[in-house]
Design a protein around this ligand. Structure first.
Ligand code: CO8
Length: 256
């Protein structure tokens, strides 16, 4: 069985499932290469409107593969150019929902933070424990965590390596929702279905504008928003959505 499984539970929804339970879904190079390929393909196809990323019912991901890293040199790590494997996930234009059960640690927490929505189980735990194995986060942990939860909470998590239980993660803004462990995937799927029924071009514009605006001035972000808003008036889905409302019927969005 493949270590990364791609499923299609619904015409417009793709599920990417990490499947390396014996190594707690550690993100080896082959796993990350497959993730990058899937995200590139799903980002480019005309069918997929929402992606769910999960590690299954027991664990999301225990981070980088320590077995593979333990004897590496700095030059070898540099030569991997691993940013090339993260970029397709970060730049995926489609909405991505992380369905997190169990541990999301180190690179696993960073992987969840690459997503747009995080649904966590009550028993989930987030953390950046890299410091405990002599290193530091290397896939956005020092950057995305600060943006999500602020400097002082991020510093504590990064400098202690302590676990953050799901409820605390929700309170600090590191999760979108917390549900019973047994309901995580179903809830992620329900959200994906809601999103998949909405106009995909508008959804993609929302994602692009939020992410680009996060790192720009308010003025620049507001201008990006205005332009994206105006652009959507070129879509059939804008006409369909507004006409359907006024005609008191359900809209049919085509992504055009
Ligand atoms: N890498 C490789 N193997 C792992 C990893 C890992 N990160 N985590 C667990 N495993 C393996 C164990 O070695 C063990 O293998 P074996 O059975 O052959 O001895 C097996 O999985 C089961 O592990 P445990 O017995 O420890 O399982 P538990 O259920 O008791 O505990 C934990 C699960 C809490 C997840 C625990 O395994 C753990 O703490 N793992 C390490 C977590 C960690 O330190 N993560 C940070 C890694 S560094 C990192 O992510 C840097 C990111 C940089 C950029 C991103 C690149 C991807």
């Amino acid at each position: 069985m493949s270590e990364v499984i791609l499923e299609r539970p619904h015409e417009h929804i793709a599920v990417i499932r990490l499947n390396r339970p014996e190594a707690r879904n550690a993100l080896s190079l082959p796993v990350r290469q497959t993730l990058a390929t899937h995200f590139t393909d799903l980002g480019n196809d005309d069918i997929t409107r929402c992606i769910i990323l999960t590690g299954g019912e027991k664990i999301f991901a225990a981070g980088a593969d320590l077995r593979d890293m333990v004897e590496r040199t700095a030059v070898e790590m540099f030569a991997r150019r691993s940013e090339k494997l993260w970029r397709p996930i970060a730049e995926c234009p489609k909405p991505v929902i992380a369905a997190v059960n169990g541990y999301a640690l180190g690179g696993g927490c960073e992987l969840a933070m690459h997503c747009d929505i995080i649904v966590a189980g009550e028993g989930a735990n987030f953390g950046q424990p890299e410091v405990k194995v002599g290193i530091m986060p290397g896939a956005g942990g020092t950057q995305r965590l600060v943006r999500a939860i602020g400097k002082f909470r991020a510093m504590k998590i990064l400098m202690t390596g302590d676990l953050v239980p799901a409820r605390d993660a929700l309170a600090m803004g590191l999760a979108s929702e917390v549900v019973a462990d047994t309901e995580v995937f179903d809830r992620a799927l329900a959200i994906a279905k809601t999103i998949a029924a909405l106009p995909p071009l508008a959804i993609m514009q929302i994602k692009e504008t939020v992410l680009a605006g996060e790192d720009s001035s308010l003025e620049a972000g507001l201008m990006l928003e205005r332009k994206a808003f105006q652009l959507l008036f070129a879509t059939n889905d804008q006409k369909e959505g507004m006409r359907a409302f006024l005609e008191k019927r359900k809209p049919e969005f085509e992504g055009k």
